[in-house]
Design a binder for this molecule. Structure first.
Ligand SMILES: Cc1cc2nc3c(=O)[nH]c(=O)nc-3n(C[C@H](O)[C@H](O)[C@H](O)COP(=O)(O)OP(=O)(O)OC[C@H]3O[C@@H](n4cnc5c(N)ncnc54)[C@H](O)[C@@H]3O)c2cc1C
Length: 383
């Protein structure tokens, strides 16, 4: 057992820390206030590979391992929640399915554009009446007519939809076949019959656009299927299993940022004749945060390591996501408590971090769903 990052991973972490400190963190408040990503930073991400983390080099990516991706998400989360979520969705949801299941023609058509710094990628699973229960609730469907698929339905809460040249959409190609009737389809955002609605007005992550899609007899070519027809549900589960490591890592970054702000503030602010950091109640919050962030990070790194070793990681990824997202909430909550009134002010970053982290126990599988995944695996292990 080795708890040290390799020299390569340490260098990658240092490079990302420098990049995020210089190009991402200084704009986090502005991104939140304006509701717009800072595109200068996103374009600069091309050079360090942040836009092609799981894309092969031939298509403009750097084909990073899962641990390296977790490190990247943690650093981005520490710098800016909105940017981190959009970049996590771009890599894990937008690029990964195409890199994994795309034909050479599909990869050549989309991956170089997705890694160019002009666009971000997106994946549309959720619908207005189907989130946790995709298998039971997804209604969007495609019917083959001549050499085109005709798509009808709607998708909800799609990150980066308005920034993407193409969106991978989960839909039913056979309504009678249960989970074997789902397919993934590549839908260009210029397709006739596709409407991308304005961004939702959200509590946090305001710079990361989340949009609804409507398909009204949208037409795409027959070869727009991504991977094997009828395998869409299994593909979705595989993408979500990996995505959970990313959201866990992002949450560790958000928790780390809130923690650093809280410790800095506690050392400066004085009450009853001493720095509040010298009061035991504040020290307990600091100690709990340090402990929980450490535990969450270890779980995230373990899940990533298992994936990199080609070992089963589904239970461990669910554990990592569950732990890290709930830790982020507790740490951000206490960071505000430590700041007193100032923590409730938009002038201090902990207010934004608190709003941003709140999504993490919901997106890419709620905490309740993570518990179901873990419990099912545990019960199977006892069979
Ligand atoms: C900012 C943001 C970005 C997003 N980005 C994307 C994206 O890019 N692509 C995409 O496809 N989706 C995206 N989503 C959607 C997100 O993944 C879903 O919201 C999430 O999966 C939960 O689904 P739901 O909202 O329909 O909740 P529901 O499934 O309706 O759940 C509601 C509540 O019931 C609970 N629940 C449901 N089933 C069970 C059960 N069996 N046992 C116990 N409790 C249960 C849930 O845990 C939750 O507490 C995004 C959402 C947000 C807010």
């Amino acid at each position: 057992m080795n708890f040290e990052l390799s020299e390569e991973h340490r260098m990658w972490q240092r490079a990302l820390r420098d990049f995020c400190e210089g190009e991402v963190k200084p704009y986090a408040a502005e991104v939140d206030e304006t509701g717009k990503l800072h595109w200068d930073a996103i374009r600069k991400m091309v050079d360090i590979g942040l836009l092609g983390l799981n894309v092969p080099e031939a298509y403009g990516g750097i084909d990073m391992d899962a641990l390296g991706i977790a490190i990247a998400m943690e650093e981005l989360g520490r710098a800016c929640g909105s940017t981190a979520l959009s970049i996590a969705a771009h890599n894990g949801l937008g690029c990964a399915p195409i890199a994994r299941w795309g034909t050479p023609e599909q990869k050549a058509a989309y991956l170089p554009r997705l890694t160019s710094g002009d666009f971000l990628g997106a994946l549309a699973l959720t619908e207005p009446s189907a989130g946790s229960d995709l298998a039971g609730g997804v209604q969007t469907s495609a019917v083959l007519e001549g050499d085109s698929w005709i798509i009808d339905g709607s998708k909800a809460w799609i990150t980066n939809a308005g920034l993407a040249p193409v969106i991978t959409v989960l839909l039913r190609t056979d309504k009678e076949a249960g989970t074997s009737g789902f397919s993934m389809m590549l839908v260009e955002t210029s397709a006739d019959g596709l409407t991308i609605h304005p961004p939702e007005k959200k509590m946090g992550l305001k710079g990361s656009p989340t949009q609804m899609l409507s398909f009204d007899e949208a037409r795409v070519p027959q070869n727009a299927i991504l991977g094997e027809q009828g395998r869409g549900f299994q593909q979705t589960m595989q993408i979500l299993d990996s995505g959970r490591i990313g959201i866990g890592a992002l949450s560790v970054g958000l928790a780390q940022a809130a923690f650093e702000e809280a410790v800095r503030y506690a050392r400066q602010r004085r009450a009853f004749g001493k720095a509040i950091a010298e009061h035991q109640a504040i020290q307990w919050m600091i100690a709990d945060a340090a402990l929980e962030i450490d535990a969450a990070r270890l779980l995230v790194y373990r899940a990533a390591w298992l994936k990199d070793q080609g070992k089963p990681f589904v239970k461990q990824a669910a554990m990592a996501k569950l732990m890290a997202t709930e830790v982020a909430e507790r740490v951000a909550r206490n960071a505000i408590q430590i700041h007193g009134s100032y923590g409730y002010s938009r002038e201090f970053p902990v207010e934004r971090i608190y709003r941003d982290q709140r999504l993490m126990t919901i997106g890419e599988g709620t905490s309740e769903i993570q518990r179901l995944v873990i419990a099912r695996r545990v019960l199977q292990e006892f069979d």
